[in-house]
Design a protein around this ligand. Structure first.
Ligand SMILES: [Zn+2]
Length: 372
């Protein structure tokens, strides 16, 4: 038997034991509905010796847990102590977070109310100062109600005392998720520089074997820093039923090593879906626009196909292992920006993508989305 069965169980058991201890004759523990492990953990937490291995009743105390389980408790330490009351909440919050890290609104006039965590005490609610960095994009009321006023981006902030929180807000007319597969490759560094200049956020479906070196791990870190999303495209571009799960797992490790967490999104190589893909445990992201940039290595062709194929809500497929794809893709991004597109990551486009669900595109008209 394990003496300690997790902190949470121990805490629960302690509370139950405290009650039972007080209600029964001194030195006797009855724990009719408690699992044996909980009694042992609770007794141990109260410095009471437990003969858990032999389960032999001792003279000090015995407890019958279930008809077939008996645990003996020897009262060698002090019995249960009175639980101490939780510490009083601090008067001012020491940290503050809004309920959304970024807001995306579709239409002018739409609004959402931001909530703060921890919620300021009622006496402080009136002292929260809400501000918008650009009132022509969005305004914010004294209660945290953010209203879309025009296309663009701004920051909404809330301040209580010395503590403040900032939330980026995007009011998008049309939106698109540009994705880059099979890398990181040779042109990836240049691509990141170009995207950074434009403040454009993309999603990179990386191949694990391409991302493991020190140099590539650096690139992954840079992607995260720049606001891009990193997702899983298998280990060596093998999505077959026999290789998929192991490849995803190995690539998760490489991604996690670089950015601290694995991706909840995957893209099957070639978009091919088999019985294993359908239950791989990640959201399955296909695409709307395929400019065949891997086959036709011509920047102008790539540019034209992306621009003519993109609609609001599209997911665009490109490959950051071909210089022509990077050149054509950047030109296409500039042209789409002029048409009023906002560039978002796949998760931003889809809201909360569900695991094992197949996606080809996001909402055509931008809906109100709160992003955790
Ligand atoms: Zn691929």
């Amino acid at each position: 038997m394990k003496r300690f069965n997790g902190i949470a169980r121990c805490v629960t058991a302690c509370a139950v034991l405290t009650v039972l201890w007080g209600a029964t004759p001194a030195g006797v523990v009855t724990a009719n509905e408690m699992p044996a492990t909980d009694v042992v953990a609770a007794a141990a937490a109260h410095n009471i010796g437990v003969d858990s291995g032999k389960r032999v009743p001792t003279s000090a105390a015995t407890g019958s847990i279930a008809p077939d389980v008996t645990v003996s408790v020897a009262a060698t330490g002090s019995a249960a102590t009175t639980p101490t009351a939780p510490a009083a909440a601090p008067i001012l919050p020491t940290k503050l977070a809004a309920d959304a890290k970024q807001l995306l609104f579709g239409k002018r006039g739409k609004s959402l109310t931001l909530k703060l965590t921890p919620t300021p005490a009622s006496a402080e609610t009136s002292t929260v100062v809400w501000k918008s960095s650009n009132k022509t994009v969005a305004t914010v009321s004294g209660t945290g109600k953010v209203t879309a006023r025009g296309w663009g981006q701004c920051t909404v902030s809330a301040t209580v005392g010395d503590v403040s929180v900032k939330v980026p807000v995007t009011i998008a007319k049309k939106w698109v998720a540009v994705t880059w597969d099979d890398g990181p490759g040779k042109p990836t560094k240049k691509l990141l520089t170009q995207l950074r200049k434009r403040k454009v956020h993309c999603t990179f479906f990386v191949v694990g074997s391409m991302a493991k070196s020190k140099t590539k791990q650096k690139l992954l870190k840079q992607m995260k820093k720049d606001g891009h999303e990193i997702a899983n495209h298998t280990w060596n571009h093998n999505g077959s039923a026999g290789a998929l799960m192991a490849g995803l797992k190995k690539t998760d490790t490489v991604i996690k090593k670089a950015i601290g967490k694995k991706s909840t999104l995957m893209r099957p190589p070639g978009g091919a879906i088999n019985s294993v893909t359908k239950r791989c445990g990640k959201a399955i992201i296909i695409w709307t626009v395929d400019p065949k940039d891997w086959r036709d290595r011509n920047a102008n062709t790539v540019y034209k196909r992306v621009v003519t194929g993109t609609r609001s809500g599209s997911i665009v497929l490109l490959h950051d292992i071909h210089p022509t794809s990077v050149t054509g893709g950047i030109r296409a991004i500039d042209a789409l920006a002029k048409k009023g597109y906002t560039f978002v990551t796949v998760t931003q486009l889809l809201g909360s993508p569900k695991k094992n669900k197949i996606y080809h595109s996001g909402a055509k008209t931008v809906r109100t989305a709160k992003l955790k």
